[in-house]
Design a protein around this ligand. Structure first.
Ligand SMILES: Cc1ncc(COP(=O)(O)O)c(C=O)c1O
Length: 365
């Protein structure tokens, strides 16, 4: 059945998420030229706020791509041809980043754990003792399985390997939980706009350390669009190498103001409460979490479909109430479903979702 594009359906899917009308509206401001002073002011203004939210003194580059573009950029610029990259994988997105490194011709090793589990710091420590790597790449919040990996613990391990770059995908964690880029020694910390940032999709941000630029100078084939040296050159002038998504930048500028006005700690605490509320519902409704105990994500819950419900039918029902959740990702389709509780989601939104889900489950029983 074709849906009506003007119909408002509140998205509880892990990206894109619901975007507030004020933020959507911010995108309708008049265009400015991207080589103008107004643009440089906008860029610089955003930069200060981005550094605050990334907890970093490093530059935060703006990419006109989704987060995948920064995967490519980080793998390509952070690893020399004669060296290797180590990927920690535990689900669909961490696996895909490893594939991106391979497709960019990088020698890639992988530590893979079963989906639903977290990669443990001891596994990383063992691998680093065995072999030298130019970079370690990992995903903090594996959106397919709802696992939040222990990044601060990896950071402890990596302190003994100062030549190994620490590349961290925080795509579905950023702005939903505190990510201390500098304190954790993260060299590339990357995110995209359509998750807990609660913006429309189409832009990505990467906080990049000087060590990455140093490494990039030793890499011959960095391409152009995702070359961090080229991006940095323009960044110094509060600019971008190519035409950026100005409308989306207006929205980001506004959203950063709103996030800081809410208070970052308050925002993270809200996400924590939403995650706990979701886990309480999961238990009360007779399901189980798919993610390993102790590693549940603060922004998206992957629920094992232990009651074997028809997830498509659940979503059709939810749609009549103006809401939608997500089926399991890839091979987990039907076996699990995902509830995103991130961005500007409030407790009353989750209450309404769970009331509707309970109603569906009662009818099914
Ligand atoms: C953890 C994670 N990393 C990377 C990506 C890819 O990001 P994008 O779709 O912004 O390219 C996603 C998308 O869902 C994701 O969840």
């Amino acid at each position: 059945m074709a849906s009506n594009p003007s119909e408002h359906v509140r998205l509880f899917i892990p990206g894109p998420v619901e975007v507030r009308p004020e933020i959507l509206h911010a995108q309708t401001r008049w265009m400015i030229g991207h080589r103008s002073k107004d643009f440089a002011d906008l860029y610089a203004r955003m930069q200060g706020k981005l550094k605050q939210t990334f907890y970093t003194e490093n530059p935060v580059y703006l990419y006109t791509s989704s987060g995948t573009g920064i995967w490519e950029s980080a793998s390509r610029c952070g690893v020399r041809d004669e060296a290797k990259i180590l990927h920690l994988t535990c689900g669909a997105f961490s696996e895909r980043w490893a594939e991106v490194s391979q497709l960019n011709g990088k020698q890639t090793d992988v530590i893979a754990v079963e989906w639903g589990k977290a990669v443990k710091p001891e596994q990383l420590a063992e691998a680093l003792q065995r072999e030298r790597y130019d970079a370690v790449a990992c995903v903090m919040n594996e959106t397919s399985t709802g696992v939040c990996n222990p990044i601060p613990e990896y950071a402890e391990v990596l302190r003994d390997y100062p030549d190994t770059l620490f590349l961290v995908d925080v795509v579905s964690a950023f702005a939903g939980t505190k990510i201390e880029t500098d304190a954790w020694g993260i060299d590339v910390c990357l995110t995209s706009t359509q998750k807990a940032f609660a913006l429309p999709p189409g832009m990505a941000f990467g906080a990049v350390s000087p060590a990455v630029l140093e490494r990039a100078r030793q890499v011959k084939n960095r391409g152009y669009y995702f070359d961090m040296l080229e991006i940095d050159k323009h960044h110094q002038k509060n600019n971008t190498p190519a035409t950026p998504p100005i409308s989306l930048m207006y929205a980001a500028d506004q959203q950063l103001d709103d996030m800081l006005a809410e208070g970052l700690d308050a925002r993270f605490a809200r996400h924590q409460q939403l995650a706990e509320r979701t886990r309480a519902w999961v238990q009360a409704a007779g399901f189980e979490m798919y993610s390993e105990e102790g590693y549940h994500s603060p922004t998206v819950s992957t629920v094992a479909n232990t009651r074997n419900i028809d997830i498509a039918a659940l979503n059709s029902f939810l749609r009549t109430r103006g809401m939608t959740i997500s089926n399991g990702y890839g091979k987990l389709k039907g076996q699990s479903f995902r509830i995103a509780h991130m961005g500007d989601c409030q407790m009353e939104h989750l209450d309404a979702l769970f009331a509707a889900m309970d109603e569906f489950l009662q009818k099914e029983a």
